[in-house]
Design a binder for this molecule. Sequence first.
Ligand code: GLY
Length: 426
Amino acid sequence: MKVLVVGSGAREHALAWKALQSPLTDAVFSAPDNAATAAIAVNCPVQATDAEQLARLCQEREVDLAILGPDAAIAAGAADAIEARGCLVFGPTTAAGRIESSKVFAKELMARAGVPTPPFHAFTDRERAKDFVRGEGRAFVVKADGLAKGKGSIVPSSQEETLEAIDTLMLARSVGAAADRILLEERIEGREVSLLALVDGSRSHPLPPVCDYKRALEGDRGPNTGGMGAYSPPGFFTQADAERACRQVIDPVVAALGEAGAPYRGCLYAGLMLSDGGVQVLEFNARFGDPEAQVLLPRLDGDLIPALEAAAAGDLGRAALDWRSQASVGVVLASRGYPGPMVKTGRLINGLFALEPQVYAFHAGTSASPAGYETSGGRVLTIVALGETVAGARERAYRNLERVSFEGMTYRADIAEREVAAQVVG
Ligand code: GLY
């Protein structure tokens, strides 16, 4: 079987790495280039948003299964174009992917499907949004309606900060047109967990729960990022909880999308808040999470490809996934200044070949040079380690990432720390 992985980040490196382990896989193509997949797959210089060229690539290379990584590929219609050429696609069409590409669409869908989610108000006019906040006299979560690479959601703690957040998105246009419409969402408290499920158009199969860390700085401070680390499994949300939540929040929206003529096939990711009032959905993503995928895939004992093929073919009933009991912790190594625009690149990365067994370096912002890999972006690598416990995996991840270095390297030192502390107390 020939597999195409669309996207060039650490998530897609992990998907290509896992796809290659399948006895069914003859070849993996990666589009566009990722410096690390150059060593394990055939890199193809086609952008993830160029739906027609991706479709042509699938036809020319006789690809059997295309796996879509980034939201931008989905929004650009990659699944629609590839499917039209008769190739199986793991990833939703643009219409089904609106569950991520428009937060207002997702909220309306959840309302129709009876899925619990915090109340919201949508605005296209900045002054009206600010008047509303002043009238309420309190803080709201401010979210861009469109795709914003994880940077479109601001969680202010006061009315004043909420007004500033509206200006950041709508006046300074920090995420561009994605914030032409914004949502003001009620703040709810609780613990966040990522629930990812394989979906075949009507059925779903939950993956083990994961916790990710979206804020740039330790203690969950600083701006939101594309993700700074993750671990699995969390002690406070079991696989049985994931099964229940899947029936409560994933299945109803999958059914509603099917009824709307936009059946969903691919990975559906619900960002959950476990609040006093029960499970609430903060957002849906139409893809594998990043860095959730990097943390989950090393835990998968066996073959990923049959399950993705089954979901893409609308026949998830025959899919089975076995998971190792081992825990997994992933820490993102970033360039100083991330998530701002002014990161320095071209810095030589040392120590990548000094990692222990069961430790993986998934590449996001790297490029190959005669001297070795160099940095080429804000998020550079995800270092993932397996261990018998979360504490063991965490210790191994941090011990190994200290062997890696590049000028300006930063990372959060508290990934999975709360989980380990809770287990010690418990
Ligand atoms: N980990 C957050 C995301 O993938 O959007």
